[in-house]
Design a protein around this ligand. Structure first.
Ligand code: RM4
Ligand code: MN
Ligand code: MN
Length: 424
């Protein structure tokens, strides 16, 4: 489904007077509002191809209707999101869930929707039909060379798919690890993983990046072979300058100080990619900003501070992606909420008075530092984010549009009620 621009414009017209009033009120208090809007317009968050269907838990899955049943339909879904918010201009593919059999046609379709291909993701956490070696006891870390070779080969194939589509990065997330003490020799597992990653790294095109994603636990519950940012950083450093750490917000032990991790990785020039989601307990993969919006702001605050310190381009120099799963909400509505939460957190981070904050830090004025951060966080920037959308031709109110125009109902009519999207 390709959204008619005029429909969005007509919907915006109805909301315009009220929006302008809210925006004028917000803008009065913000001295650098035009600069913030420019940055918001440029900022794009990739949507993963596996987040467009209903996710499940290990207890069950309750599919919604009108889910995308093919890669083409997934691209159309991301195209819909992008038409509504103009901030979701990229899709990230998971192979083999979404193999682009006709890369040229897929590229053409993506282009029609204004989409680019973000990082490609490999999958060595599931066995595929007909696969010779099993990943039950790991993939790149495996004690058997044949299993490691098979997993390496898969990653290299994923790079090739990415090259065909114009991707520029590979994300490697490993489920590898152990479930019980004594099961693994940690050093050997590390060495095997590193050697395997080195072979994959050698197959990277010159202008590509490799993201090494860490996760504290699950599916292995005693040790993970890339369990935290220290281990990921170690692999990335040993691999070379094209390798980076990827931070997924849900992959830490409870109460980890993610903003500090982000700050130090940026300082070392080793933060490469970012997966947004929210959680209360573990890797809950909930809507971004639904549980801990203040933490999201604190993370963005460090991202902006650290990227500015290195004179990085906020929109282009890191890979931004949502990595969430939707068990009870409509995936498209959930993704619209996530993107909105990200844009609000980013706007807040751009709003922080860095000069004053620096002064407060230099003077050990703890109270002032807190006032600055919390004062910013409590500023309502929703109209500023909406203004950025309006100026880029998107909807002032994407969720309102989605509901009013009964987009899901139309998709059900097109696709039927029983389609099931590939993914977890
Ligand atoms: C993992 C991790 C990866 C994602 C898979 C589906 O927990 O977050 O990024 O590729 O899930
Ligand atoms: Mn992830
Ligand atoms: Mn995850």
């Amino acid at each position: 489904m390709l959204l008619d621009k005029q429909l969005i414009a007509n919907h915006n017209d109805k909301l315009l007077a009220k929006h302008k009033q809210k925006f004028a009120f917000a803008a009065k208090e913000i001295s650098n509002v035009e600069d913030i809007i420019k940055k918001l317009v440029a900022f794009q968050v990739a949507i993963p191809s596996w987040a467009l269907g209903t996710g499940g838990t290990r207890f069950g899955r309750f599919p919604g209707a009108g889910e995308p049943g093919s890669l083409e339909q997934k691209i159309e879904d991301v195209g819909l999101l992008h038409a509504l918010n103009k901030s979701s201009g990229a899709i990230s593919l998971h192979i083999p869930w979404d193999i682009p059999t006709d890369a040229a046609a897929i590229k053409k379709l993506a282009k029609k929707h204004g989409l680019q291909f973000d990082a490609v993701n490999s999958n060595t956490f599931q066995n595929q039909p007909g696969q010779k070696e099993s990943y039950k006891f790991g993939s790149l870390q495996h004690v058997n060379k044949a299993t490691r070779k098979q997993a390496i080969k898969h990653n290299i194939e994923v790079i090739k798919h990415g090259v065909d589509l114009g991707s520029k990065s590979l994300t490697v997330w490993l489920a590898d690890g152990s479930c019980f003490p004594g099961q693994l020799n940690f050093r050997k597992a590390f060495e095997n993983t590193l050697n395997s990653l080195q072979e994959i790294y050698a197959a990277l095109p010159a202008d590509w990046k490799m993201f090494v994603e860490y996760k504290a636990f699950e599916p292995n519950f005693y040790s993970m072979s890339v369990g935290d940012w220290g281990q990921s950083y170690l692999y990335a450093s040993k691999l070379g300058e094209k390798a980076y750490t990827l931070v997924d917000l849900g992959h830490h032990l409870p109460n980890a100080n993610i903003e500090q991790i982000v700050s130090l990785l940026l300082m070392e020039g080793k933060l490469g990619g970012f997966h947004f989601n929210d959680s209360k307990y573990g890797d809950d993969d909930l809507t971004v900003g639904s549980m801990k919006p203040y933490q999201l702001f604190l993370i963005f605050n460090e991202l902006v501070e650290g990227m500015n310190a290195r004179k990085m381009n906020h929109a282009k120099d890191l890979g931004w992606m949502i990595d969430a799963s939707h068990n009870v909400k409509d995936p498209l509505e959930d993704l619209l909420q996530s993107v909105e939460a990200i844009m609000i957190a980013y706007a807040h981070a751009l709003l922080v008075d860095r000069k004053k904050l620096n002064e407060a830090q230099q003077n050990n004025d703890v109270v002032a530092a807190q006032e600055i951060l919390q004062g910013t966080f409590r500023t309502d920037v929703r109209a500023v984010v909406a203004e950025a959308r309006l100026r880029s031709g998107a909807s002032i109110d994407p969720l309102g549009f989605f509901r009013e125009k009964k987009i899901r109902e139309q998709l059900v009519k097109e696709r039927g009620a029983n389609t099931i999207a590939t993914g977890l």
